[in-house]
Design a protein around this ligand. Structure first.
Ligand SMILES: Nc1ncnc2c1ncn2[C@@H]1O[C@H](COP(=O)(O)OP(=O)(O)OP(=O)(O)O)[C@@H](O)[C@H]1O
Ligand SMILES: [Mg+2]
Length: 241
């Protein structure tokens, strides 16, 4: 039996068969603007405030202060959690540290993991969010087979740390793929795909769980929304025609 943790996203745990399996690396994949950053921030914020699990938020595209400012719209005070050492940001928006001494893929990934490990150990985190995997992969040139091996190494390291992780990656619009490089979903133990569809001139946000190893999942495509003052909300029972 898998031990599960609450995601902090209303409706999502039902779709996942009861929550996110503890220690898993789950990929959150989607085109731009679908709410990947909001989802990861909510997982970390609610983990700290509602479930007693400290969190590390690793960011590549937006600075911690940008994220803090955006998330205030949901009533989430990240600065307070940082002050109380319930949340730590790892800021890679300036990646110079990661490429110090060269862009060899394995060295970049090692420096990345050292920083994440240090942050996790410093506060005793149980949750990690890594927002923007493609930005890490852009720092080195690696064949997809190498990227797959490196990602697997990251997954094993995170699992050794005992944390549950959400990792976001992009889908290029119209590519027909569910990730940027086509290997992320193979390595992750779970995959949540966020997308949109046009219904009656309105852009509806939809979610489906592509896989969750060792767990039954709802195969249904679910409607979700990003609600001011609340964050991401999944509606597992909303019928998609
Ligand atoms: N504070 C807020 N209040 C209400 N809605 C918000 C708020 N912050 C974000 N949103 C909504 O969520 C949408 C997507 O946010 P988010 O930045 O999480 O997407 P993303 O998938 O991470 O995009 P990107 O590809 O730019 O990283 C925004 O376009 C906006 O509609
Ligand atoms: Mg984002």
């Amino acid at each position: 039996m898998l031990t599960r943790i609450r995601s902090g996203i209303p409706g999502l745990d039902d779709v996942l068969g009861g929550g996110i399996p503890e220690g898993y690396l789950v990929l959150v994949s989607g085109t731009t603007g679908v709410g990947k950053t909001v989802m990861l921030a909510q997982f970390i914020y609610k983990g700290a405030t509602d479930y007693g699990q400290k969190g590390v938020f690793v960011t590549f595209e937006e600075t911690p202060s940008e994220i803090e400012a955006e998330m205030k719209g949901f009533g989430w005070d990240f600065a307070k959690l940082v002050k109380r050492k319930q949340v730590t940001f790892v800021d890679f928006t300036d990646p110079s540290f990661l490429i110090e001494g060269g862009r060899r893929a394995s060295a970049v990934v090692r420096r990345f993991m050292d920083s994440v490990r240090e942050a996790v150990n410093k506060i005793g985190a149980k949750r990690v969010a890594i927002d923007g995997l493609p930005a890490l992969a852009l720092l080195f040139k690696a064949e997809s087979s190498v990227l797959r091996l490196l990602l697997r190494a990251i997954r094993f390291e995170l699992s050794k740390l005992g944390v549950t992780t959400l990792l976001s990656t992009e889908i290029v619009e119209g590519s027909g793929m569910i990730s940027r490089y086509g290997v992320e979903e193979l390595v992750a133990q779970g995959v949540i795909v966020l997308s949109e569809r046009i219904v009656g001139g309105h852009c509806q946000r939809i979610l489906h769980v592509k896989k969750l190893r060792g767990s039954p999942i709802t195969r249904r495509v679910c409607v979700y929304d990003i609600v001011p003052g609340e964050g991401m909300v999944v509606y597992p029972k909303a019928i998609i025609a």
